[in-house]
Design a protein around this ligand. Structure first.
Ligand code: 6LW
Length: 506
């Protein structure tokens, strides 16, 4: 037996979609305005997930100019058909719905093919014999209320690379006045077509529902047990919330599972963002029963598997600076490797770009996802900023909710500056630090507070970082943390020099 602990993907990995080829599973997630876009994970046991690459790695594949951090790439679907992997997703900041293909899921993936006549978001693909179908959501032509959406289908001609024939509506939700019928996936299981979808919106009322039909174009009947999975009836204090947006998968030996997103809020805030969870599925009377006997996402599952690996605790993340840049690193709106940086003797030379983290362009930021709210993240800065230059660590939720801990010159003297921005609220503390080239910066996270230690001194009052999350600041992402340098809208040809980034998540 293998014990699988939920969530199976900790940190900001929302909108999971999964497919299986042979004994290997592949899973993808939304990345919004982070780059590279759409990570691809592989697993042979649904428990241990290895990051094997990204779908959108090249500049020409991923246009995020001007996108705020929660815009950009939404809800990808991954499917495999006749020797090719397909990922279909939406770039809400430019171009809309597109698909890419790859013979090897490690990449490289093709350039995107944009589907100009596909309104809405959350596209999925369904293959049958030689045909391919686009299944997505869109707002109804005459919505009766906010969030009045429908799931629609249209044939996708992969040779012509465009939608052909007539679009048809399949379903508009399983309850009266359902909001946000979205995240659809279509399957043929046995003799029936099943349409899995999300309803209620990605927040507290999120849910997974299902409908079935004997023919592809319907009519689809809603499952009498809908929603087949939700946590909204468990109340706001239940530790796992917002469960919805699922995808089904069958193991080689005929067992079924569902992956879906969920949050683990504390005091109403889920700083880690929407994470990915797993539940088992059985079939009764031709309908799926999720987590039979329990009806909610379990803390852990025990499944039979030949591959009996040990429980892995959340590992320390050590980012050493070398070429190519560690696959776990992400940047804002552009791949960190595209920054005009240098790596010399395992040191990162990060340019003082004029952009800051508040600008909707590409700041000099190389981050990793926050994997737990208890953490110890540290780096050494081995250079000294001058004038308007500042460099250090950034804990980032969005352009107006972040903490920056930087070394910077103030009135001719070097200072350690800690600033927290929560929308219109700005607090800054600073103290002089000794000149000398090496400064150690540590961020210690504990129960939604952040202690800052610079050069061995905890100088600051712990900061309250609870509100740096979607629940209070809006948006769809989770927090990231990483090295940062800026010359704050002035020109500079200098570089901040960093040692390795150590991140321990408890
Ligand atoms: C996703 C959609 C959603 O595309 O959030 O509210 C979007 N629902 O299903 C971003 O994750």
């Amino acid at each position: 037996m293998v014990k699988i602990t939920n969530p199976i993907q900790k940190g900001f990995y929302p909108d999971p979609s999964i497919c299986r080829v042979g004994k290997d599973y592949y899973m993808v997630h939304s990345t919004f305005a982070y780059a590279p876009g759409i990570p691809v994970f592989r697993s042979s046991d649904l428990k241990n997930w290895t990051l094997i690459g990204h779908v959108l790695e090249r500049k020409e594949q991923l246009r995020l100019t001007g996108a705020n951090v929660s815009k950009g790439i939404y809800a990808p679907t991954i499917r495999y058909q006749k020797g090719l992997f397909y990922v279909i997703a939406t770039n809400v900041s430019g171009g809309g719905n597109f698909y890419v293909t790859a013979a090897d899921p490690n990449g490289p993936w093709s350039d995107p093919v944009f589907l100009t006549d596909a309104p809405g978001i959350d596209p999925s693909l369904y293959f049958e014999e030689d045909a391919c179908y686009y299944v997505g959501q869109r707002t109804k032509e005459h919505p009766a209320y906010y969030g009045d959406c429908e799931i629609w289908i249209q044939e996708l001609d992969l040779r012509k690379k465009k939608l052909v024939n007539t679009p048809l509506v399949l379903f508009d939700g399983s309850m009266k006045e359902t909001i946000w019928a979205e995240g659809p996936h279509l399957y043929r299981i046995g003799k029936m077509y099943y349409l899995l979808l999300a309803e209620g919106g990605t927040e507290f009322n999120h849910s997974v529902t299902i409908a079935r039909s004997q023919s592809l174009y319907g009519p689809y009947e809603a499952c009498p047990n809908n929603p087949i999975l939700t946590h909204r009836h468990l109340g706001r204090n239940y530790p796992v919330q917002c469960i919805g947006h699922g995808d089904l998968i069958e193991t080689p030996d005929g067992h079924w599972f569902m992956v879906m997103l969920g949050t683990r809020p504390l005091n109403g805030c889920a700083e880690l963002g929407r994470e990915t969870f797993l539940a088992s599925v059985i079939w009764e009377d031709g309908w799926p029963v999720v987590s039979p006997g329990m009806g909610k996402v379990p803390d852990f599952l025990e499944i039979s598997a030949s591959d009996n690996e040990q429980e892995v605790l959340v590992p320390a993340t050590e980012i050493e600076w070398k070429e190519p840049i560690d696959m776990r690193c992400i940047g804002l709106r552009d791949h960190p490797a595209q920054l005009p940086l240098k790596i010399i003797d395992s040191r990162l030379y990060l340019p003082y770009l004029p952009e800051t983290m508040e600008d909707l362009s590409v700041p000099a930021f190389i981050g990793i996802r926050l994997l737990s709210r208890d953490f110890d993240i540290r780096v050494t800065m081995e250079s000294e900023p001058k004038g308007s230059e500042e460099a250090g660590l950034l804990y980032f939720y969005n352009e107006i909710h972040y903490v920056k801990v930087v070394i910077s010159e103030r009135e001719g003297q070097l200072h350690a500056v800690t600033a927290i921005r929560k929308g219109n609220k700005w607090e800054e503390q600073s103290r002089a630090v000794a000149a000398g080239k090496i400064h150690e910066i540590k961020l210690l996270g504990h129960e939604q507070t952040l202690s800052v230690e610079i050069d061995g001194k905890i100088t600051e009052q712990p900061l309250d970082i609870k509100d740096l999350c979607s629940q209070t600041a809006g948006g769809f992402t989770g927090c990231t943390v990483g090295v940062y340098a800026s010359s704050v809208h002035k020109a500079s040809d200098q570089f901040a020099v960093f040692g390795p980034l150590h991140a321990q998540f408890f």
